[in-house]
Design a protein around this ligand. Structure first.
Ligand SMILES: [Fe+2]
Ligand SMILES: [Fe+2]
Length: 148
């Protein structure tokens, strides 16, 4: 599945990261579809895990600096998201041909974006509109971290 503009939450830096997560998920889907052996598939899963952790840390930092009242609850959902990836990894390891496993995780991730993340987007828009302009440029990405 590809990222769709209907998944946008209105914070550009976060939306761009969500797009990247969909790219990582697509790489896993393609690898599963090609019946790649586990030692190849695990590379794509590791990339998703690493990028997801980075993304969640950025989101949590933004929630902290904006004193988001639902920060604790949202962070709990992030812990579950990481647990879901770990379980996806375990299941793919056992049965690399399970296409629907990735779809199941994707649905779970989309639900998080459309409920929890969108709610946070609306909060930032209402309370910290100036932050939207700040986070829109430059586009902070994992690749930029550590280069400065
Ligand atoms: Fe989130
Ligand atoms: Fe998110």
């Amino acid at each position: 599945m590809k990222w769709d503009s209907s998944f946008a939450i209105g914070i550009e830096v976060i939306d761009n990261q969500h797009k990247k997560i969909f790219e990582h998920l697509l790489a896993i889907e393609n690898s599963v579809a090609k019946r790649d052996p586990w030692h190849i598939l695990r590379f794509f899963v590791a990339q998703l895990t690493e990028y997801m952790k980075f993304h969640l840390a950025v989101e949590e930092a933004l929630q902290e600096i904006t004193h988001y009242p639902e920060c604790a609850e949202h962070c709990d959902a992030h812990v579950r998201l990481i647990e879901q990836i770990a379980s996806l990894e375990e299941q793919l390891k056992k049965n690399a041909s399970g296409e629907n496993l990735v779809g199941f995780f994707e649905d779970w991730f989309i639900r998080h974006v459309l409920s929890n993340d969108r709610k946070f987007g609306a909060y930032v828009k209402a309370e910290f509109p100036a932050l939207l302009a700040t986070t829109a440029a430059p586009n902070i990405d994992r690749a930029d971290v550590g280069r400065h």
